[in-house]
Design a protein around this ligand. Structure first.
Ligand code: MF3
Ligand code: CO
Ligand code: CO
Length: 290
């Protein structure tokens, strides 16, 4: 790419005043093959316009999570919550990304207790006192995706469940705190997982976080356990989720054979998950969807 060409990022600025220095910096780094260090591909680098797009999508997604949180209480079925989310997203001009995604039948995922993720909302799943649940929502707005999930607790929850919910959030927050430009993604993976292990929990490794923005699931794959200084280089403009799934027991999971989606802990123990979408900036990470 010539200095005077339009930059590959789509900004319409000249390369020399856009990503030229950035490319030189990426090139100048020594990548350790042993540590699995890799360069980020260009297609996952977002320009200002893309970032504004993801932020606008996140406004709807965040608002939807705020809204549905108010509806969580004993006696409510999860299909009712799904309907409320669908209505909220559509009425704000968005599209629920989960609906029909690879055949997924509902607008959001609601995962109770031993369900790790991808719980399908149903009239027959009725919230009861003591339940912990994750509501995972992804919105598409103007072509841009924002993805986040939160845990909710119904009435009086056991101290064990409460601790799992709290520590899982801490795992996500520590992972995000470790997300810094010109460092490697393994820092994030390790920060998440080590905190879980230190608390006597295990990390579900069958699923992970992902790049997000112009598509639902993109590079990089974001594991929630790992070694610092390994994996993909984090650079400004990258947007990805941190979404640890933490089990109170063993980390193995099963996928429901009937519905093809519901992921449960194999040993039946509780699990929790939190998810945010973050942007790598020049100085650290900015949370876009929470
Ligand atoms: N929102 C989930 C994630 O965090 C993906 C759900 S896919 C679905 O990546 F089809 F199950 F909805
Ligand atoms: Co999600
Ligand atoms: Co996600």
């Amino acid at each position: 790419m010539d200095r005077n060409d339009n930059c590959w990022c789509g900004s319409k600025k000249k390369y020399k005043s856009c990503h030229l220095k950035f490319d030189e910096k990426i090139k100048g780094i020594k990548y350790s093959w042993l540590l699995g260090q890799t360069r980020p591909p260009r297609h996952i680098i977002n320009n200002e316009h893309d970032i504004e797009g993801i932020k606008a999508s996140a406004v709807i997604n965040n608002g939807c999570l705020d809204m549905v949180g108010q509806l969580v209480k004993a006696g409510v079925d999860t299909e009712t919550l799904d309907n409320a989310c669908h209505e909220y997203i559509v009425s704000h001009g968005g599209i629920p990304a989960c609906l029909n995604y690879e055949g997924y039948p509902k607008s959001v995922c609601i995962s109770l207790n031993n369900v790790v993720c991808h719980g399908i909302p149903s009239k027959n799943t009725i919230l009861k006192d003591g339940d912990i649940l994750n509501i995972d929502i992804t919105t598409i707005y103007n072509g841009y995706y924002a993805d986040a999930s939160r845990m909710f607790m119904v009435g009086n929850v056991s101290p064990e469940a409460e601790k799992l919910v709290r520590v899982t959030k801490e795992c996500m927050d520590l992972g995000i705190a470790a997300a810094k430009p010109w460092h490697f993604l393994g820092d994030v993976n390790a920060a998440c997982g080590n905190h879980a292990l230190e608390n006597g929990y295990t990390v579900v490794t069958a699923l992970g976080g992902h790049g997000v923005g112009k598509h639902f699931h993109m590079e990089p794959y974001v594991a929630h356990i790992g070694e610092p200084n390994t994996g993909m280089l984090m650079v400004p403009g990258m947007v990805f989720t941190v979404e640890p799934m933490i089990s109170a027991g063993r980390p193995e999971v099963d996928v429901d054979e009937e519905d093809g989606w519901t992921v449960t802990t194999h040993d039946g123990t509780l699990s929790a998950q939190w998810e945010k979408t973050i942007l790598i900036t020049d100085t650290g990470a900015e949370v876009l969807a929470w």
